[in-house]
Design a protein around this ligand. Structure first.
Ligand SMILES: Nc1nc2c(ncn2[C@@H]2O[C@H](COP(=O)(O)OP(=O)(O)OP(=O)(O)O)[C@@H](O)[C@H]2O)c(=O)[nH]1
Ligand SMILES: [Mg+2]
Length: 408
């Protein structure tokens, strides 16, 4: 009997010990699963924003531990959190603030006023102090002249503007500086009047736009921006890497071609740029493309042989089946009055049809635009206001003048 009793007691003790061990092991298992590091994996966090821009959190704890959840009692805080989150809906919308989708860079049309940076601040600052005075005196005109020259309008053009302003002052008996400021805006606008600023394009054959200018002014970047714009408008565009002088120039243009989904024709480094343009035209004609944007190496307008090379490129293009509808001179607005000298030389050599004035975002010399139009009668067609694909604006004189003269 005693042996049977001992056996029963031993069996009981073994059962008790074994069930305690099972409970203990379950607790260890749960506490590891609920450690802070693993919180994310114990909750099903969907990183994809839902339609309302909210993260979706779904319960997983209950799935993992069907039936008895008493082993989770030690972690009641997490369980409570999960349960309360799912009381009403099955899915918890955590209110993550909605971020607005940024517009793609190329689709953004920058406001000239916001992008003129230094030129705007400096020029309008000067004018603000002049026009906030009580009366119009000789000093007003002296200060105006200084402001115009500092903004790089140039001595000659500043003189013309001020002479006209004096005449108007007399004729209209202008007494207050505010009215004079409006008259100044009118005078400046007159300089830009009448020019055709549209980029020429004819339907019948591939059009070729040739880009010329001194080193580093922004020719290649401008081509890239235009390519993006024209492809966006449905044209089939080909870039001709006519800068064979620098190895990196072709790569730079190829990068823009990829960005724009445009085609490209490249030549050998040190090869004949005329041959590259010829090949590009050949390809454009055979593939029935719309527009060739031909890059050229930057060159000093004083280097006769390099200017001759440019003339040759233009001759080749003229004799081909493409139509040379634009020869665009790219001028860096930060070079100030020197841009005027460049423009004269390039215009004489290759017959410039329009100006692209770049880097207007980083200069106090935006007045060069007035000098170019007044002295050379070449229309400014585009302005560059940054390095990005969307930083190109069709030149609108009214916006430009209002931006630089802005007295607000
Ligand atoms: N801030 C600013 N930078 C510009 C603008 N246009 C071009 N750039 C920058 O100017 C530098 C020269 O631009 P490129 O396009 O290589 O000039 P490029 O005339 O082709 O130069 P070369 O081929 O060496 O003669 C680059 O760093 C451009 O990002 C602009 O409108 N604003
Ligand atoms: Mg270049």
């Amino acid at each position: 009997m005693a042996t049977v009793e001992i056996a029963l007691i031993a069996a009981f003790v073994i059962v008790v010990v074994l069930s305690s061990a099972v409970v203990f092991l379950r607790r260890i298992d749960r506490s590891q699963a609920d450690r802070p590091d693993d919180l994310a994996s114990s909750l099903k966090l969907d990183p994809q924003p839902g339609p309302g821009g909210a993260l979706q959190v779904q319960e997983r704890v209950a799935d993992d531990v069907p039936g008895d959840t008493s082993a989770l009692d030690d972690h009641v805080d997490i369980q409570d959190l999960v349960e309360s989150a799912f009381e009403e809906p099955d899915v918890l919308d955590l209110a993550v603030p909605q971020e607005e989708e940024p517009e793609p860079e190329a689709d953004r049309t920058p406001e000239l006023k916001d992008r003129l940076g230094k030129s705007r601040g400096l020029f309008s600052g000067y004018l603000g102090s002049i026009f906030s005075r009580n009366a119009i005196t000789q000093e007003t005109f002296d200060d105006l002249e200084e402001a115009l020259i500092r903004a790089d309008v140039g001595v000659g053009v500043s003189q013309v503007i001020l002479d006209n302003l004096r005449q108007e002052l007399k004729a209209k008996k202008i007494k207050d500086p505010q009215t004079l400021s409006s008259a100044l805006v009118e005078q400046m606008l007159e300089i830009f009047e009448g020019a055709d600023r549209g980029l020429k394009f004819q339907e019948s054959a591939p059009n070729l736009w040739l880009f010329v200018g001194v080193n580093g002014v922004g020719k290649t970047t401008t081509i890239g921006k235009i390519a993006i714009r024209e492809v966006g408008e449905g044209k089939r565009v080909l870039l001709a890497a006519g800068d064979t002088f620098r190895a990196a120039a072709g790569e730079q243009l190829e990068m823009w071609a990829n960005r724009a989904s445009a085609q490209i024709v490249r030549g050998q480094e040190g090869g004949d740029p005329g041959a590259v343009v010829f090949d590009a035209i050949d390809k454009a004609v055979s593939k029935n493309l719309d527009l060739i944007l031909a890059d050229t190496a930057g060159r000093l307008h004083t280097k006769v042989n390099l200017m001759e090379e440019l003339k040759k490129i233009r001759r080749i293009a003229e004799k081909s089946n493409a139509l040379v509808t634009e020869v665009l001179l790219v001028i860096d607005a930060t070079t100030g009055q020197n841009g005027l000298t460049q423009a004269k030389e390039f215009a004489q050599a290759v017959g410039v049809t329009g100006i692209v004035l770049t880097k207007l975002d980083g200069t106090a010399k935006g007045g060069i635009a007035l000098a170019i139009e007044r002295e050379l009668k070449i229309p400014i067609k585009l302005v560059g206001v940054g390095e990005g694909p969307g930083d190109l604006i069709s030149f609108q004189p009214k916006d430009f003048i209002e931006a630089i003269v802005s007295l607000d």
